[in-house]
Design a binder for this molecule. Sequence first.
Ligand code: NAD
Length: 296
Amino acid sequence: MSAAIIDGKAFAAGLREKVAGLVPAFEAAAGRKPGLAVVIVGEDPASQVYVRSKGKATEASGMASFTHKLPAETSEEALLDLVRQLNADGAVDGILVQLPLPRHINEQRVIATIDPDKDVDGFHVVNVGRLATGLNGFVPCTPLGCLMLLEDRLGDLSGLNAVVIGRSNIVGKPMAQLLLSKSCTVTIAHSRTKDLPALCRTADILVAAVGRPEMVKRDWIKPGATVIDVGINRIDNGEGGTKLVGDVDFAEASEAAGAVTPVPGGVGPMTIAVLLRNTLVSAYRRAGVPLDKGTI
Ligand code: NAD
């Protein structure tokens, strides 16, 4: 059996085009562009790359991008002050504080200070609660992107068995909540789960969000299952360089699954596309401009 490859790169490009297509109508109604503020503290090279690409993608979609680069020694109080300013700024619809933060800053306190209605990352406890209780809020970008790929591939998910490997607040838990909201029967697996391969074999939908290179093997996968690989792991390529692989052994999964996301080019590109989508939705909501449900 040869699995279909779920092209997250193409899906993400389509979503970004949709977002860009909805910006002019917002601008005409609200008299301004939707705006995303991104805050970065310190010099972490990976974070710098993410922040730069978020800024570029925001501008490419026609939205306003506000990047705040603060030195590593910035005090927690100064960062909280900036977040409060952004909360009060009418031109800002989304606030994203790039994680991780330097050790002297309490991440939870920073996230708790973001206005939940501008929390386009969906990390604030109010948005976590909204997701858990089925209220409208913001859902973390990576799991929402996974759900979009799944619904695009499978349509109605109700009644399917889903196994999510990983229980982080950023991916595993919100992924499980989303699948539950779509009436899947959901199991969350983690580092203490017993006989993980057998559990995975019950899954019509298998989502791996672990951070362990190529952990999921052929015999973990129910024939025909849809496999979503969230993992991003850099490993030796055997030729003196490195390469990116997921948490799923892609070659093996391709022989058992019905469909599988590649790494790179699967879930990865969805994260920024959904961030833009969440920012656009926030702008429409905050300005009271109607946006039909299901438009985006
Ligand atoms: P995390 O480290 O916070 O959580 C990992 C989870 O995996 C934990 O809940 C742990 O219980 C579980 N786990 C660890 N070892 C296990 C094992 N042997 N068996 C079963 N479960 C095990 O990681 P995270 O932030 O959720 O990210 C997971 C992966 O997804 C990472 O590779 C990360 O780089 C990637 N990621 C990708 C994107 C993206 O594509 N945009 C976004 C976020 C995270």
